[in-house]
Design a binder for this molecule. Structure first.
Ligand code: GLC
Length: 519
């Protein structure tokens, strides 16, 4: 299978959040030319593809996930010419380019919505989801926005409510109207024709909320720290049966343009996530597997999940793993700096395509963001709760000049406190050097990318597994604790998370140590 496998099976995807990657103009916010100038960093790391969070025209009420033109470029980020240069440079460096596609909602400033809200008989009225008030004048049902508050906003002009699963500035598109589906698929085609290699498809579980608008049931185990939206189960807003036809349609457009890659974002349980592969593997090639983001940091629990996941992937389907993204706590904050090396070894040696979040390669942390700098509507709608995603989205620190090499202006979010890329580069003890070495080993050893997976050991301290391909077997042993642990499998050690480790003398796992070895 290694011979003609598509690139993404052995590939590593690197997520770029354009606002925080590199500013080239002094605006304080990142942009496309900034990304282009930093592509060598991604290529040197050993990644195979970049996925860029939305770069389309946007009022930026949700960091670009509120789109007012699906085929343009946000002027803050640059121009279509800048985008073409970015793509050319990425391809020259051997990197594929994946864009973010946000099908479930547009911005309220999209001309389609402006038209839709102008009159009940507008030709675009049915492109969004409008409904009369409940008899008491309130919203049509009990659905709660993912960012808190009702999922419905009253519009005076036409005297109806419109649905928005996220912010009120993100009205839900009505995919049951074939014209909407057509227009959105055409937008995808435009980008394929411009040379993109695929998409990460955003919040796709929300594509076709229940047509009968039934109330969602209450969640008896809800805790306020999870945010208001989790107080209800998403029974009638997520994973509705008729959305999968649209997933298949996206896939056939992708195939038509030369086997482009679709990565799907659909938060759900294992059975729900599996649906997105499609009954005949005609859905997304990679429906995101978010377990490592959610799971308690415990070797036995993670080992059990790996077994369950491996067991339910449909025949011919390919696994994938994610450790962090622009929506979730930084891994180094969640599990600590020492364990975050172990976590990266896990991410990059499990069977399946890994997606890396920008800055995790240098151990970036959640950073404190003062109220006056908050950008995230989720944080702004839930003051005083600590909820919000700005802390994981602060700019990458490239060097130690003013603005840490990110900007010559005033950064739109506070600067990171971790050692910069420049400082870590060439320091053999740094996180960056470790991640580069780990990826280099992964690229050199087919067992680590294509190999079969076999659990060797899992207890309260250590997880160990074997990966085998082309007759070669490697083992990975990970100490999830800050105490020494017995090494459950012996052999020639090829890499340790501890940089100055004498690899010939590893007879136990040190605190926070992971090793890759040849038994
Ligand atoms: C996805 C994105 C998130 C965004 C939401 C609405 O979950 O990852 O950042 O807020 O969709 O588009």
């Amino acid at each position: 299978m290694t011979q003609d496998a598509p690139w993404w099976k052995s590939g590593i995807i690197y997520q770029i959040y354009p606002r925080s990657f590199q500013d080239s103009t002094g605006s304080g916010m990142g942009d496309l030319n900034g990304i282009t100038s930093r592509l060598p960093h991604v290529a040197d790391l050993g990644a195979d593809a970049i996925w860029i969070s939305p770069i389309y025209p946007s009022p930026m009420k949700d960091g670009g996930y509120d789109i007012s033109d699906y085929t343009g470029i946000e002027p803050l980020f640059g121009t279509l010419d800048d985008f073409d240069r970015l793509t050319d440079e990425a391809h020259r460096l051997g990197l594929k380019v994946l864009l973010d596609f946000v099908p479930a909602h547009s911005s309220d400033e999209h001309p389609w919505f402006q038209d839709s809200r102008s009159a009940r008989d507008s030709g675009k009225r049915d492109w969004y989801i409008w409904h009369d008030a409940a008899p008491d004048g309130g919203p049509p049902n009990n659905w709660i926005s993912e960012f808190g508050g009702p999922a419905w906003t009253w519009d005076d002009t036409t005297g109806q409510y419109y649905l928005h699963i996220y912010a009120r500035e993100q009205p839900a598109l009505n995919w049951r109207n074939p014209d909407v589906a057509d227009a959105m698929l055409k937008a995808m085609e435009t980008w394929y024709e411009r040379g993109v290699d695929g998409f990460r498809v955003d919040a796709v579980e929300h594509l076709t909320p229940d047509a009968r608008l039934r109330d969602n049931p209450t969640n008896p185990d809800w805790h306020p720290k999870d945010g208001p939206a989790r107080s209800l189960f998403r029974t009638f807003t997520s994973h509705q049966a008729d959305l999968f036809a649209h997933v298949r349609a996206m896939r056939s457009v992708a195939e038509k343009h030369g086997r482009k890659l679709l990565v799907g974002e659909a938060y759900g349980n294992l059975d729900e996530v599996m649906l997105y592969y499609g009954a005949n593997l005609d859905g997304f090639q990679l429906p995101f597997n978010f377990e490592l983001i959610n799971a308690p940091w415990h070797p036995r629990g993670i080992a059990d999940f790996i077994d369950r996941y491996e067991a339910v992937i449909p025949p011919g389907g390919w696994p994938n793993w994610v450790l962090g993204n622009h929506d979730r706590d930084r891994i180094a904050t969640r599990v600590g700096n020492g364990q975050s090396r172990v976590a990266k070894m896990l991410l990059l040696t499990l069977r399946g395509t890994p997606t890396m979040w920008q800055g995790d390669e240098i151990g970036m942390l959640n950073e404190a963001v003062p109220d006056h700098m908050l950008q995230d509507p989720w944080a702004i709608n839930n003051p005083g709760t600590g909820i919000g995603r700005d802390p994981v989205r602060v700019p990458l620190p490239w060097d130690d000049t003013h603005g840490r090499g990110f900007t010559t202006g005033q950064p739109f979010l506070p600067l990171s406190t971790v050692p910069s890329v420049a400082e870590q580069d060439g320091d053999p003890a740094s996180m960056l050097s470790f991640v580069r070495a780990l990826i280099a080993l992964r690229r050199a050893e087919p067992a680590l990318s294509f190999g079969s997976y076999e659990r060797l050991h899992a207890d309260n301290g250590v997880l160990a597994y074997a990966r085998t391909a082309e007759g070669k077997r490697l083992a990975v042993a990970l100490n999830f604790t800050d105490a020494p642990q017995p090494l459950p499998v012996r052999g020639k050690v090829l890499l340790s998370t501890i940089h100055d480790r004498d690899l010939a003398a590893v007879d136990e796992l040190r605190p926070d140590e992971g090793v890759i070895l040849e038994p």
